[in-house]
Design a protein around this ligand. Structure first.
Ligand code: SF4
Ligand code: MG
Length: 319
């Protein structure tokens, strides 16, 4: 609720006070049990920071995170630890986070040891079960991380995240480094795990196609703020915010008449998050901007169960 994360900049040698990076600048959302909430936006929009705030791997500048009815923002680290077991992070490159000298079995054991889960014999059994669940043979247990392909390594990353039986998984660009065919396999694996275990996912990616495939609802994030929130089918079929429209237009599409890939790139670069544009943050790149856009910041307004922060949809405009 109202999450803000500003990172101080500079200091040090030049002593000049720079404005902070406003990575997350007032974001509210909720994720239901067993729901997948997609979070999409270009790199630099603050998605990863938001994911880490949810897990309390970062402390917010202001705002609160409530997990299963408990405010975890004010909880002490000692109180956060038992909750941490229920929330796990899966990220883009699992191998880089694995100790290369640990076997897969050791890597899967580690979170269970840290959280005091099970006896040694139960942990061993659980490792084999988890590998089977993610579609790997138990012979993988004795191997080392570098012996696996990217897709297999991500399966191991997922197995490791599942060792503590979490209620929430934050997946940050979890399939972005994989080939498209492998992406689909890993996404399907995540879907089937969710169906079996009722886990909630916060699924973060820059690729709207990937987000759409797995999400029930989608949050579109631009420069530290939410631009649009809605059901993923509606977002794809009828995007309201000009930024969402631009993201959809930039998805490569193969036309029927030729195999030519049509792609309209988003105009311009995402602005510096230390100095976001006044008014609507998207106005410097928006083809539909008008006078008000530079003067007044649009708030999220609800319409038909969706939220959009754009002056084109302000209640007065349709009245
Ligand atoms: Fe474009 Fe204005 Fe809407 Fe911002 S508020 S997205 S600049 S039309
Ligand atoms: Mg990121």
């Amino acid at each position: 609720t109202d999450l803000v994360k500003h990172f101080p900049v500079g200091g040090g040698l030049f002593r000049k006070e720079s404005p902070p990076v406003r990575a997350v600048d007032g974001v509210s959302f909720s994720i239901g049990r067993g729901e997948t909430l997609g979070l999409v936006g270009e790199s630099g929009s603050g998605k990863s920071t938001l994911g880490r705030l949810v897990l309390r791997l970062l402390d917010p500048t202001s705002g609160t995170v409530t997990f299963d009815g408990q405010d975890i923002t004010t909880a002490r680290q000692s109180q956060v630890k038992p909750l941490r077991r229920r929330m796990q992070l899966i990220f883009q490159d699992p191998v880089s986070s694995f100790n290369p000298r640990m076997t897969i079995e050791d890597l899967l054991m580690e979170p269970m040891v840290v959280h005091g889960i099970g006896t040694p014999a139960e942990r061993k059994r659980r490792c084999a079960e988890l590998l089977d669940q993610v579609g790997l043979a138990s012979s993988a247990l004795a191997k080392y991380p570098h012996q696996f392909s990217g897709g297999q390594a991500q399966r191991i990353g997922i197995a490791r995240a599942l060792t503590t039986d979490p209620d929430l998984l934050v997946c940050d660009e979890a399939v972005s480094a994989l080939d498209v065919s492998i992406q689909a396999q890993v996404l399907n694996l995540l879907k089937s795990i969710q169906q079996e275990q009722g886990i909630s996912y916060l699924f973060i990616a820059h690729d709207l196609n990937v987000v759409r495939y797995i999400s029930d609802r989608v949050c579109v994030m631009y420069l530290g703020k939410l631009a649009e929130v809605g059901g993923s089918d509606r977002i794809m079929a009828d995007p309201l915010h000009p930024y969402t429209q631009a993201l959809i237009r930039s998805i490569p599409a193969v036309t029927a008449s030729s195999s030519r890939v049509e792609r309209i790139p988003l105009q311009g670069e995402i602005p510096n998050p230390s100095k976001p544009p006044a008014g609507c943050r998207f106005h410097t790149r928006c083809p539909l901007k008008f006078d008000l856009c530079e003067q007044e910041e649009p708030q999220l307004h609800e319409r038909d169960g969706s939220l959009t922060a754009c002056h084109l949809y302000r209640p007065e405009a349709s009245a």
